[in-house]
Design a protein around this ligand. Structure first.
Ligand SMILES: [Zn+2]
Length: 279
């Protein structure tokens, strides 16, 4: 594999910037881990770290937290998380929760629902605070602003109750919609409209044609789409029609199956660069 570094925007800064700055104090990096069929995203700044989902855990005990997520965090000395979001309870998103909590304290955990036994979980894991996905109020973690929404009411369950998180770093916005489906996308658009506008979109539901409908794409207007999908996954993610929709709207995209772990590096002036692994 070879590291591929590409400047996304603005144009003209490539020569003044290199990948080695990714751990520098005044940058923020957003890493889409290659966890196969599943999702885990890491937002890293100097001393505050946020995870959104934790990948899968299998009956054998093998899990993507131990295999991928924690080695990456420990490599740069991360000992604690400022925030941990679980978008929804599908195992490919939440499977790594117990392995993670057994090994790393979390300041604030945000879950999609009340969890049976969550009191025990909170006590045993040393998590100081936990909440249900929010209602759109901005919060600040270091230089990162974030807010979350969730569709509520009995009509919405499973994938459509994914905790949707929007992150803003120095003017760049990233939307993390979990596995939300088209009906849920449309409901979010009706409620939030242009608030969803984001430079970078995580493809909902791994690029499945259950999602990424025109209403969402029209509201978000992403410049770049990140797709979390397993190499030769059995679901056929991403669907060709979804990729065609991205291409038709002129939206660049990267997928973990094709490009491996993908990292965005955002500088204080808003310049954004992407590192991928070519296969
Ligand atoms: Zn999923």
């Amino acid at each position: 594999m070879a590291l591929v570094v590409t400047l996304l925007w603005p144009q003209g800064l490539l020569s003044s910037w290199s990948a080695q700055h990714s751990s520098q104090y005044d940058t923020v990096s957003i890493t889409l881990f290659d966890v196969g069929q599943g999702l885990s995203v890491w937002i890293a700044q100097a001393d505050k770290h946020i995870l959104y989902d934790l990948g899968d855990r299998f009956a054998s005990g093998f899990n993507l937290v131990d295999a991928v997520v924690l080695p990456e965090l420990r490599a740069v000395g991360v000992k604690q998380l400022a925030r941990l979001y679980i978008s929804h309870w599908d195992r490919d998103h939440s499977g790594g929760l117990l392995p993670l909590l057994a090994q790393m304290p979390v300041d604030w955990m945000i879950l999609p629902d009340r969890l049976p036994g969550a009191g025990w979980l909170q006590q045993s894991s040393g998590t100081s605070r936990w909440d249900i996905c929010g209602h759109g109020q901005w919060q600040t973690v270091g230089v990162v602003k974030l807010r979350s929404w969730q569709l509520t009411g009995s009509k919405w369950h499973g994938n459509n109750r994914s905790c949707v998180v929007q992150i803003e770093v120095w003017g760049q916005r990233l939307l993390l919609p979990g596995d939300i489906l088209r009906a849920g996308e449309q409901a979010l658009v009706r409620r939030l409209g242009v608030s969803l506008n984001s430079d970078i979109l995580l493809a909902p539901h791994h690029g499945s044609n259950s999602s990424s409908g025109p209403a969402l794409l029209h509201s978000v207007q992403p410049r770049l789409v990140l797709i979390a999908n397993g190499y030769r996954n059995r679901y056929g993610h991403p669907h060709p029609s979804v990729l065609a929709a991205y291409d038709a709207s002129g939206t660049d995209w990267r997928s973990t199956a094709r490009h491996g772990q993908t990292r965005l590096i955002i500088q204080p002036d808003g310049a954004c660069q992407i590192e991928t692994q070519s296969r």
